[in-house]
Ligand binder design. Structure first.
Ligand SMILES: Cc1ncc(COP(=O)(O)O)c(C=O)c1O
Length: 415
C-alpha cells in the first residue's frame, strides 16, 4: 500500500546518503527489468530517426576551478530533436512501439490510409484511429504530441493546474487536444487513465504502477540513449566520478543508472539525485524502503520534477542505484539558471530552464558547506557530470528569472 506523507517544509537543502545502495553486484536485468537487448534495440531505433543527433557535452573548466572541482561536464538536452528536453527520447520511442503494435492489429495510423485487415479480409468501414494520451507537467506531453503528429495518430494530453500557459501552448502546437485538470500531476494521471478506459485510448506515460509497467519501461529504454551517447563522448582517461540527475517520477534517473551500471558495473560514478522540497517522492520512498506518496500541490519552479511518488518500474533502480539524495529549495535552481547564463570568461553560456539548471543548483548546494561536501565526497579530484535536461521551455519565466531572454543569451554565447 502507498502511504501518503506531508511535503517537507524546510527552506534548506537536505542531503541523505542511501544506505541501501548496491555497489558490489553486476547489473542485473532480472532485478531491474531493462534487458541489455531491449536497451540496444531502443538505441538502434532512435539513432535511425530522422533529425537524430548526439546532444553536446560542454566543459565548464573555469566554473570547475572556481568550485574547487577537477572538471565539470554538462550534457545539454536543450535542443533534443527540436523539443528542448531529453523527454524526446522516451515518449516518442514508446509511442512508436505502441502505434506499431496497434497498426499490426489493423488500427489506423495515418488519415486516409487503409490498413489490411488482420486476416486479409475486406473491411466494411475505416478502421478506428489510434489515440495516445498522457498526463504531463510539460515536456513528456510535448514529446507524446510530437510523436503522435509524426506518426499520424491522435493525442489527448492532460495538464495539471501548475503548468504554465507557455508549456501548454508548446504541446498544442503539435496538434494535440489539451485537457486542463484542476488538480496536481497525480490527479491529472488519474483523469487521463479514466478517460482512456472510457474512450479506448492508449496511455503513454513515463509513470508506471502495478499493472502498467511496459509502456513506462519503453520510455526508460529510450532514455538509456543518453548513456550510449556519453560513452562515445567521454574521455576514457577521465571518467566522471559523480553524476547529478534530476528526479521527478524517477524514470530518467533509473534509466541513466541502468546504463551506467551496465557500462561500468560497481565502479560506476556516484549517482546524486535531486528533487524539489515540495515533491521529494524518491527521497521519501528510499527512506521508507518502499514507495510512498508525498501529498500537496507539488508547487515548485522545477515543474518537470513536480511528482509526488516513484514510478514502479523505476523503483528498484532508484532504491539500489542512488548514492545520495538532495532535496532542493527552488532558489538554488534559479541561481543555477543565472550561473549558466552568465558564465565565467572562457566557459560556454547555456540556456537552461528551471528543471534543466537544477542539477547545477544541487551541486552548488552540496558545495556550500564542508559537511555536505564530505557527504558527497566532492573535492579537487572530482569529475562531475550534470544534465541540463531542458532548455528554456517557458521563455517568459526564463526572462523573469535571468533578466535576459533565451535568445539574448544564445546571441551572447555565439559572440
Ligand atoms: C526536463 C525534465 N527533467 C527531468 C524530469 C524528471 O524525469 P522523471 O520524471 O523521469 O524523473 C522531467 C520530467 O518531466 C523533465 O521534464
Amino acid at each position: 500500500m502507498t502511504v501518503a506523507i506531508a511535503p517537507l517544509d524546510t527552506g534548506r537543502p537536505i542531503t541523505w546518503r542511501n544506505p541501501g545502495v548496491d555497489r558490489s553486484s553486476d547489473y542485473d536485468a532480472g532485478r531491474f527489468g531493462l534487458t541489455e537487448a531491449a536497451m540496444a534495440q531502443a538505441q538502434r531505433t532512435i539513432a535511425a530517426w530522422p533529425g537524430y543527433q548526439v546532444t553536446p557535452l560542454h566543459r565548464l573548466d573555469r566554473l570547475a576551478k572556481r568550485l574547487g572541482l577537477n572538471s565539470l561536464l554538462v550534457k545539454a538536452e536543450t535542443d533534443r530533436l527540436g523539443l528542448d528536453s531529453f523527454k524526446a527520447l522516451g515518449a516518442p520511442y514508446a509511442v512508436e512501439q505502441v502505434v506499431l503494435g496497434e497498426a499490426s492489429r489493423g488500427r489506423r495510423m495515418t488519415p486516409g490510409i487503409s490498413v489490411t485487415a488482420p486476416h486479409g479480409g475486406a473491411r466494411d468501414a475505416a478502421p478506428p484511429r489510434i489515440t495516445v494520451t498522457c498526463a504531463t507537467d510539460g515536456n513528456h506531453g510535448r514529446a507524446v504530441a510530437w510523436a503522435a503528429q509524426r506518426l499520424g495518430v491522435d493525442a489527448v494530453i492532460y495538464v495539471p493546474r501548475m503548468v504554465s500557459k507557455a508549456r501548454i501552448t508548446a504541446i498544442a502546437r503539435h496538434g494535440a487536444q489539451i485537457v486542463e485538470v484542476d488538480g496536481n500531476y497525480d490527479e491529472a494521471v488519474a483523469c487521463a487513465q479514466t478517460d482512456a478506459d472510457r474512450f479506448g485510448r492508449h496511455v503513454v506515460s513515463d509513470f508506471g504502477y502495478a499493472g502498467y509497467e511496459d509502456v513506462p519501461r519503453l520510455c526508460m529504454l529510450g532514455y538509456t540513449m543518453l548513456v550510449r551517447e556519453l560513452v562515445g563522448q567521454l574521455d576514457p582517461a577521465e571518467p566522471p566520478t559523480h553524476i547529478v540527475i534530476q528526479g521527478g517520477c524517477g524514470a530518467f534517473a533509473a534509466a541513466v543508472i541502468a546504463g551506467l551500471w551496465r557500462e561500468w558495473g560497481a565502479s560506476r560514478p556516484s549517482v546524486i539525485v535531486l528533487e524539489p522540497i515540495a515533491a521529494a517522492g524518491l527521497y521519501e520512498s528510499a527512506r521508507a524502503g518502499r514507495p510512498v506518496f508525498v501529498s500537496g500541490d507539488h508547487d515548485t519552479v522545477m515543474g518537470g520534477l513536480a511528482c509526488g511518488t516513484v514510478s514502479m518500474p523505476a523503483w528498484p533502480l532508484i532504491r539500489d542505484g542512488v548514492d545520495l539524495f538532495v532535496v532542493l529549495p527552488d532558489r538554488y535552481a534559479l541561481e543555477a539558471m543565472r550561473v549558466y547564463a552568465s558564465p565565467i570568461e572562457g566557459d560556454p553560456a547555456i540556456v537552461a530552464g528551471e528543471t534543466g539548471a537544477s542539477g547545477l543548483g544541487a551541486l552548488l548546494a552540496l558545495l556550500e558547506n564542508r559537511e555536505t561536501r564530505l557527504a558527497a565526497n566532492l573535492d579537487e579530484h572530482s569529475h562531475v557530470l550534470l544534465f541540463v535536461c531542458e532548455g528554456a521551455t517557458d521563455p517568459a519565466a526564463y526572462r523573469r528569472h535571468v533578466g535576459s531572454s533565451p535568445d539574448q543569451i544564445l546571441r551572447l554565447s555565439k559572440g
